[in-house]
Ligand binder design. Structure first.
Ligand SMILES: Cc1cc2nc3c(=O)[nH]c(=O)nc-3n(C[C@H](O)[C@H](O)[C@H](O)COP(=O)(O)O)c2cc1C
Ligand SMILES: C=C(O[C@@H]1CC(C(=O)O)=C[C@@H](OP(=O)(O)O)[C@H]1O)C(=O)O
Length: 380
């Protein structure tokens, strides 16, 4: 079973990731991990922190001479910002008296985290609840991506809405979606992209923040990842779990999930056809590639809704944790909008779920073993 764990505080020394249950003999290209880390850092609307960091991964174990060993892969991503925070974040000798954060931000983990863990300093919560953690998940996802690529599985993500600026047209062409990479807001339509940029500028100007929607497409999938036989083996359920765990993701749909709810079945379900050369196929993919908790061979299409960033430069009302008196929510610096970055995180997190199911179906010891079983499965 593939398992991924992360550790690390946002302004601590760094982020650590462990990938357990990854097969041996998979070639790992560190430059590709760096490219994915850089993709996550980009995107119009990010704040000052992204000017400080330039995420690079150091692999600590589980890889030898560029190939995986089957042992746990551990890696480190250093936080450059740590040098500015060392005196407050040193694991053994931090100054915990000055610079206490006592005004919890509505929408962030601050208040409930402090009450749950018994802190009088919200810093103890915000450090780990921060989406800085997603850098480690992207690095892990990038390694899983390199395994899946060997089997022709690829993912891409694009942003379909930022605030009210939204794409009207549905885009299901994978190559077109990849073009979103060239857009500062990761949107394939340059006119809509410009509207999105304008919305972000307006929000920044007024001290506000924005959320939006991104869409993930995964192609090249075999039939039958996941299963209908038990509730916790359904692949849509697993994807939803993993994607909802990304900071600020509050909604998810597969295919035309919400639109389909308003249509009769005759206009929704993807009819089944067969041709000798082509095999079994569908002419539509309204289900988004998943039926009965299993991949049906069509591309997976998932849409995720991200709420607006909780830290507002024009702060919302809150209370001072120590006195209970009304106060402005704390603000140091913040992203105005991070939907383009979250799209990359979503892409990578979804690939880790696909990787987990792929390993479950085709065996997880070595790449060669997986290849044999995959080929055998393909020829049936
Ligand atoms: C890529 C990314 C960047 C984010 N940047 C910020 C930020 O700069 N400021 C902020 O307050 N929240 C930011 N968030 C959102 C918070 O981390 C998130 O809202 C918080 O952890 C509370 O969790 P919840 O929204 O899932 O309930 C970001 C989220 C993502 C995915
Ligand atoms: C550090 C990252 O995102 C951070 C996520 C985040 C939050 O509250 O989630 C708050 C901000 O951190 P800071 O307060 O240091 O500016 C973002 O920059 C990152 O994506 O690498």
């Amino acid at each position: 079973m593939l398992r991924i764990l992360t550790a690390g505080e946002s302004h601590g020394k760094g982020l650590v990731g462990i990938i357990e249950g990854f097969p041996s003999n998979v070639r790992v290209d560190i430059n590709e991990i760096h490219q994915d880390l850089a993709r996550r850092q980009k995107g119009y609307g990010r704040g000052g922190r992204m000017k400080i960091e330039q995420d690079q991964v150091e692999i600590l174990s589980g890889v030898r001479n560029g190939k995986t060993l089957g042992s746990p892969i551990a890696f480190l991503i250093k936080n450059k910002d740590y040098e500015n925070w060392e005196s407050y974040m040193d694991p053994m000798e931090a100054d915990i008296e000055t610079k206490k954060v006592t005004n919890p931000r509505p929408g962030h983990a601050d208040l409930t985290g402090a009450r749950k863990y018994g802190f009088d300093d919200v810093r103890n919560v915000l450090e780990r609840s921060s989406a800085r953690e997603t850098a480690a998940r992207v690095a892990a996802g990038s390694i899983v991506k390199q395994l899946l690529k060997v089997f022709g599985i690829e993912a891409a993500a694009h942003v379909t809405a930022i605030g009210k600026a939204a794409l009207e047209e549905e885009i299901w062409d994978f190559e077109k979606i990849k073009e979103a990479e060239d857009s500062p807001v990761r949107c394939v339509d340059p006119i809509v992209a410009q509207q999105m940029i304008q919305r972000i500028d307006d929000a920044k100007e007024t001290g506000d923040s924005l959320g939006g929607i991104f869409e993930i497409h995964i192609k090249g999938l075999p039939v039958g990842l996941g299963s209908y036989v038990q509730w916790d083996r359904k692949i849509d359920a697993k994807l939803a779990y993993a994607l909802m765990s990304i900071q600020a993701i509050k909604g998810i749909e597969f295919g035309f999930g919400f639109k389909n709810a308003q249509k009769p079945g005759s206009q929704v379900h993807d009819e089944i056809f067969y041709e000798r050369e082509r095999g079994i196929y569908r002419s539509t993919n309204q289900a988004g590639g998943i039926e009965g908790g299993m991949t049906n061979g069509e591309p997976i299409v998932i849409r995720c809704a991200m709420k607006p960033i909780p830290t507002l430069c024009k702060p919302l009302r809150t209370i001072d944790l120590h006195t209970g008196e009304p106060a402005d929510a704390s603000v140091e610096r913040s992203d105005t909008c991070a939907v383009p970055a979250a799209a990359v995180v979503g892409e990578m997190v979804a690939l880790t779920v696909i990787g987990e199911e792929f390993i479950r179906k085709f065996g997880g010891d070595s790449l060669e073993e997986m290849m044999q079983r995959w080929k055998a499965c393909k020829s049936t």
